[in-house]
Design a protein around this ligand. Structure first.
Ligand code: FAD
Length: 566
């Protein structure tokens, strides 16, 4: 028997559900309501309209109601807002937002995919500035049309999450003076503080006025006032401090919310009403690693959930096993990707988890190849099991491939030994014979088996301040170009002849450019009877990236004579 299925929301989740429903049945009636003027647009490409990468706002719209009808027999109704749900009668009330006329539509099954709305807090004086937020094509078109003719070029973006960073980058590329203001000490929470310093540097290098650890306290006429007292001229302000799930409709209908404030669903995305499903940014999801409910505002999960709902409505059990949260971003000439747990999430949630980390900077392809770049790669794994927990990768080249491998490994419950053994494809233009992921597995396996010990670049400042013995095993020419203040230079190539210069009565902290030569030095010294040896993971290059942004933007002591970013 044919079913009548209504969908609220016509973009990522809604449109995916509709298309999959049609693939299941030619007979079912599928009606998709969208309160805005467009269905199935690319939210993710919205920021790229500001720089002109996506030239016309119209190009952001991928499908229209006519195509939905002709190609998929789906009744997509734009400018139609679902204003209430009557669960008893199994019907919704719909308002045509252009005419204000209302009508009723009944359902057998109802799918909610209303998304999430930008949070715009009531900051004092907000009415004194031109404030924008970005959710859809109308918003981006409005912002673009406002800023392009501006004579002054000053724009502030508030919030350093994905949307804030992408908007800041694209406005900068369009020639504006962009301030990116983040209340927390760092942007982009999927990255740990040590890793995100690379992205801070990239934004700084490209002329974005990045301000972290400072909160907007008020707006005055075309000015953003920060808690520190700083004032930033801004003729337009983009609020990108986060999104809140659209739950009004669900709450009014008596559907239960979860602890996160998003709609609660079961493993098949059914709400507390068995005939109403919910997907996307509006729902909370189970995190497979933290074992807690969380919100995950990403397009991939929304579309997969929608597919799952369509399958479940058609008799197929989905039983999702939870998310691990994988994401990627481009920040000017760098790319950053992450998956699974990071250290700050483990701390914030106070997870009872013993873990260690590996930080390496291998090449993304053979160094002789054009466009070979370094990948800053951080792996988190459980101790002592070696279970892979998460990873972050940042570099100019292909970082997402590595993180995708780790995301897969996490989903399959792999350990660091599995990473070591993975057979990944190789030819010089694509990678190295032992891939970044293999290297991370090797280092983690070595650490787990106790073959050497390490400290991190985030520990180096304290080591310098306490006059610890730091040995730099790079060649003299490298040392002269920049080194850690107070470090002794004994190149690996001379180490065996100069062994008498190495102290035996104190801990030794050994580093090279990226951690590989110093690992060899540490092993050699261990074999020669030295004790209390620590490799400084990711070496001088890791330290340079780690220190640079804060060195440039605060008055602290600089602990290197110069930096090395290559
Ligand atoms: P949406 O796709 O937002 O769709 C919800 C729709 O429901 C809206 O159009 C809304 O108007 C409509 N609606 C709400 N209430 C009603 C109602 N009562 N009646 C009728 N219609 C209603 N994710 C990534 O994974 N990668 C990215 O690079 C990325 N970049 C992004 C960039 C930007 C600028 C934005 C805004 C988001 C980005 N996202 C990205 C997030 C991604 O777009 C969302 O996670 C995804 O679209 C969520 O799908 P959804 O169906 O839940 O909500």
């Amino acid at each position: 028997m044919s079913k009548k299925i209504l969908i609220v929301g016509g973009v990522a989740g809604g449109a995916s559900a509709a298309a999959r429903l049609r693939r299941h049945s030619e007979d079912d009636q599928v009606i998709m309501f969208e309160k805005g003027p467009h269905v199935s647009f690319s939210n993710c490409c919205l920021p790229y309209h500001l720089s002109g990468i996506v030239e016309s706002a119209e190009n952001l719209v991928l499908m229209n109601p006519e195509k939905f009808l002709k190609m998929y027999k789906i009744d997509a109704r734009v400018n139609n807002e679902v204003v209430s749900i009557d669960r008893e009668q199994k019907e919704v009330r719909v308002k045509n937002v252009l005419t204000n006329g209302e009508y009723i539509e009944t359902y057998d099954k109802l799918i909610l995919s209303p998304g999430a709305k930008p949070i715009v807090p009531p900051i004092p004086g907000i009415e004194n500035v031109n404030v924008f937020s970005i959710r859809n094509v109308v918003d981006i078109d409005k912002l673009n049309k406002f800023v392009k003719p501006m004579t002054s070029k000053n724009i502030s973006v508030i919030g350093g999450g994905f949307i804030g960073v992408e908007v800041a980058e694209n406005l900068k590329e369009a020639g504006f003076n962009v301030s990116l203001i983040e209340a927390m000490p760092q942007i982009m929470r999927p990255f740990d503080y040590d890793m995100v310093q690379i992205l801070h540097k990239v934004l700084h290098d490209h002329g974005v006025n990045l301000i972290v650890g400072d909160k907007v306290s008020a707006f005055e006429n075309n000015k953003v006032i920060l808690e520190s007292g700083k004032t930033i001229e801004s003729d337009a302000v983009v609020m990108a401090i986060g999104v809140a799930p659209e739950t009004d409709l669900a709450v009014a209908a008596g559907l239960e919310l979860g602890a996160t404030g998003a709609i609660k669903t079961d493993q098949n995305y059914r709400t507390t009403d068995k005939d109403i499903y919910a997907v996307g940014d509006a729902i909370e999801v189970y995190h497979a690693l933290t074992k807690t409910q969380t919100k995950l505002s990403l397009a991939g999960p929304a579309q997969k959930q929608a597919r799952g709902v369509a399958d479940h409505i058609n008799g197929k059990n989905v039983l999702n096993r939870g998310v691990v949260g994988s994401s990627v971003i481009q920040v000017f000439d760098y790319n950053g990707a992450s998956t699974g747990l990071n250290e700050s999430l483990i701390e914030t949630l106070n997870l009872d988890l013993k873990y260690d980390t590996v930080k390496i900077i291998p090449g993304d392809k053979v160094g002789l190849m054009p466009k070979a770049e370094s990948v800053h790669f951080k792996l988190l794994y459980e101790v002592p099991t070696g279970r892979v927990l998460g990873a972050q990768a940042i570099g100019k080249g292909n970082v997402d491939k590595r993180i995708d491998v780790i995301a897969t490994a996490i989903k399959l419950g792999a350990s660091v030994d599995d990473l070591r053994d993975l057979e990944l494809c190789y030819a010089p233009p694509f990678g190295t014979a032992k891939d970044v992921v293999n290297y991370a597995g090797y280092v983690a396996s070595n650490l787990l088996s106790g073959s050497f010990e390490q400290v991190h670049v985030s520990d180096v400042r304290k080591l310098v301040e306490s006059d610890a013995c730091i040995i730099d095993v790079r060649e003299e020419v490298e040392y002269k170009q920049g080194h850690i203040s107070g470090a002794i230079n004994i190149p690996l190539s001379e180490m065996r002849e100069r062994i008498g210069e190495i102290p035996t009565d104190e801990p030794l902290y050994v580093h090279c450019r990226s951690g590989q030569r110093s690992y060899n030095a540490v092993l050699a010294l261990q074999h020669l009877g030295f004790k209390r040896l620590y490799n400084i993971s990711s070496g001088f290059m890791g330290l340079s990236f780690h220190e640079y942004f804060n060195d440039q933007t605060t008055n602290r002591n600089i602990i290197v004579t110069d930096y090395n970013f290559k």
